[in-house]
Design a protein around this ligand. Structure first.
Ligand SMILES: Nc1ncnc2c1ncn2[C@@H]1O[C@H](COP(=O)(O)OP(=O)(O)OP(=O)(O)O)[C@@H](O)[C@H]1O
Length: 275
């Protein structure tokens, strides 16, 4: 569905992203994970042409994204910005109507889609008249998602979508996102620096450092088959917690997994639970 081929981007001669290549299958959730400044946002923004790469190509369904107009591309790709990215001087209604207005939907269509999405996202319709500042962080984030989903784009890019929320709200809203039917079939690329979040939400994780991919693989692969010392070190502190998360998320028998993977730490922990 999405293929990035040897993407590079420098700012003032300093490389931010270097020769990055990856593919994302239809319906897959790919997480771009890494510390601040490793090039996650630059990578994400090269996919919807908010940033043009110095080198390399992005393909959407086999077609070079530079071939059409950026606006046409962005209708196929929803974008949830860091800190919700709502326009502060627009009401909530005006914010969510931006793309439908561009697509010249009539008022009835806009209203029906807004009501549908607000229902699914647990947002009260009375919020439509308010300005973003009058909403809680969780509500703002949901409105940001609603705005990105209005035209039902097949691809969704999310840049630290939960970054501004406190940790309790964050866990709750993450769970809601995972269960939302609107997101089930979408191809999602999400940026985060939160390791737990990456392991909970990603089908695959692209761990980056200094503009390069350190490892791209399933959560299990990163945990149990780290490609290098960087990956090992990056996950070290939270390893046990992540092992349990992987088991829970994948819904597989912990004992089978343990035999397959032979993880000593997990074996000890499960033995503790058993006794
Ligand atoms: N417009 C710009 N001008 C100059 N340098 C930039 C610009 N945008 C990004 N950079 C630099 O490029 C590098 C990668 O930035 P990027 O925002 O892609 O990283 P990131 O991993 O998303 O970081 P964060 O998690 O902090 O958002 C950083 O060193 C950053 O300072």
């Amino acid at each position: 569905m999405i293929k990035a081929e040897k993407l590079s981007k420098s700012y003032n001669g300093i490389p931010a992203v270097h020769q990055l290549s990856f593919e994302v299958a239809r319906g897959e959730n790919l997480i771009l994970l890494g510390t601040s400044g490793c090039g996650k946002t630059t990578t994400l923004r090269m996919i919807n042409r908010l940033i043009e790469p110095d080198q390399g190509t992005v393909y959407l369904d086999g077609k070079d994204i530079r071939e059409g107009e950026p606006e046409t591309l962005r209708r196929k790709i929803g974008y949830v910005l860091q800190n919700h990215g709502l326009f502060p001087h627009y009401t909530v209604a005006e914010n969510v109507e931006i793309v439908p207005r561009l697509l010249k939907w009539n008022t009835k269509q806009v209203q029906a889609r807004t009501e549908e999405l607000f229902g699914k996202l647990g947002l009260d319709l009375s919020l439509l008249k308010k300005h973003p500042a009058a909403l809680s962080g969780g509500q703002q984030q949901r409105v940001g998602l609603a705005r990105a989903l209005m035209a039902d784009p097949p691809v969704l890019l999310m840049d630290e979508p939960f970054g501004a929320l406190d940790s309790i709200t964050r866990i709750g809203i993450r769970k809601e996102f995972l269960e939302l039917d609107e997101l089930q079939k979408k191809t999602i690329i999400m940026v985060t620096h939160d390791i737990q979040e990456a392991f909970e939400m990603g089908d695959r994780i692209c761990l980056m450092d200094k503009g390069r991919i350190m490892q791209l693989g399933s959560p299990e692969q990163l945990l149990f088959e780290p490609a290098n010392d960087f990956v090992k070190e990056f996950l070290k502190q939270q390893h046990l917690h992540l092992e349990l998360k992987v088991l829970k998320v994948r819904g597989r028998s912990a004992w089978n997994m343990m035999d397959e993977l032979g993880s000593e730490a997990l074996r000890n922990l499960l033995n503790d639970y058993k006794s």
